[in-house]
Design a protein around this ligand. Structure first.
Ligand code: FE2
Length: 266
């Protein structure tokens, strides 16, 4: 199965700017740094990297899950020590209190739309909260597409993902702790009605077994999607629509999503 988001690579126009925000403000540890690339370690099982390019940027959307019991402290920390400006909804509120949890949004210097989200049903004590933001895992990455229906079907057919909040213009496609957020390019990102453009990005999913990797290869072949395999590194690379995907065998325990009490892990 797909267990989690293992890595997200985005483009930037300034590695220095990215460093000031993610390391200076959010305090993410740096695990690699060069003139044109920087990689952060927001949790034990997830890395976030930025590559400097001379291309225009389309902002990405991604969301970190944090413990429910810590949410208020984290929001306070973000605004005080973090020095982050949280985004407002049209009615002026900052925290959205929805049926199963709460969230807040903010942007980095490149305009990427970040979110801190929590759900009351997530069991605490399963994953160790990481860093000042007490992050449990990267929950969401946004994939704006022309056809939500076609893209989600591909993710179900290839990865055996489960679907939630299904409509013609929006869907969550879920594997383990990873939630691919699939909005239509015509549907704007909340809470600031930000146009949903497809960012240039590489998304690496963690996979629990080489058996699953083989199944994905068969599914890709059935759909005539080209892939490159790097067996010695336990990796599989391919492209769906405008997005680069990468599967990687990792040591993320397969039972974590179930132990966390994620609704689609049972
Ligand atoms: Fe989100």
């Amino acid at each position: 199965m797909i267990t989690h988001f293992s890595h997200l690579q985005l483009n930037t126009v300034s590695v220095q700017g990215v460093k000031q925000f993610y390391h200076g403000q959010l305090r993410f540890p740096i695990v690699y740094e060069s003139d044109n690339e920087i990689r952060f370690q927001p949790t034990e099982y997830f890395t976030l990297s930025f590559k400097e390019t001379a291309e225009s940027l389309a902002p990405a959307h991604f969301a970190f899950e944090v413990p429910y019991s810590e949410f208020e402290n984290i929001v306070n920390w973000l605004q005080s020590a973090g020095g982050v400006t949280l985004l407002k909804w049209p009615d002026g509120r900052i925290v959205d209190d929805f049926e199963t949890g709460m969230n807040v949004y903010f942007r980095d210097g490149d305009g990427n739309l970040l979110e801190i989200i929590t759900h009351h049903y997530i069991n605490e004590g399963i994953l160790t909260p990481f860093g000042e933001l007490k992050i449990l895992y990267l929950r969401e990455i946004g994939f704006p597409v022309d056809s939500v229906i076609d893209f989600r079907k591909l993710l179900v057919d290839i990865f055996n993902f489960k679907l939630d909040k299904i409509s013609d213009t929006f869907t969550f496609a879920i594997g383990g702790t990873s939630h691919a957020v699939i909005p239509s390019k015509k549907r704007k990102w909340i809470p600031i009605a930000m146009t949903a453009l497809p960012p240039t990005m590489k998304v690496v999913f963690g996979v629990s077994s080489s058996d699953f990797m083989e199944k994905v290869k068969t599914n890709l072949s059935t759909k005539s999607i080209h892939f490159d395999e790097f067996k010695e590194h336990g990796r599989l690379n391919f492209r769906i629509n405008e997005y680069d995907f990468n599967l990687r065998l990792t040591n993320f325990p397969e039972e974590i999503p179930m132990l966390l009490n994620l609704p689609y892990s049972r």
